[in-house]
Ligand binder design. Sequence first.
Ligand code: FES
Ligand code: FES
Length: 157
Amino acid sequence: MAAITLRVNGEAHTVDVEPSTPLLYVLRNDLDLSGPRFGCGLGQCGACTVLIKGEAVRSCIRPVSQVAGQEITTLEGLAQNGKLHPLQQAWIDEQVPQCGFCQNGQILTAKALLDKTPNPTDAQIRAGMNGTLCRCMTYYRINAAIKRAASTMKGAL
Ligand code: FES
Ligand code: FES
């Protein structure tokens, strides 16, 4: 066991865990953050996605020791000052989720995409979201929500 300090959603947390423990387990079990989900546990579905330095990272295969001290954002950290992020609002407006299980990964992957490509084409959305799986096939609504959020964010600038 080792004491490891994580910076999650702007706050520092020190946990006492095996260094090889997947970040996902620490977020859910030690920090009580239920945004990131356990889907495949193999880095193949995206349900466990978090943002680290703006990149969408699959936390189920990332040892917690590798992210000590780095700024980690989970779905819980997207809203600011009680206001939903434009992506979260667009997800509601487009009524994207079905079962909802994959949506943590969808929204955070979309955040990483829009941060790099503020006005993506359909092809750029497909490429940016590639590999973030939805068994309920909500992909068309995800596409619409990303475009809606992009428009909102453009108007806000
Ligand atoms: S649970 Fe991490 S990629 Fe599937
Ligand atoms: S909404 Fe059910 S898996 Fe995506």
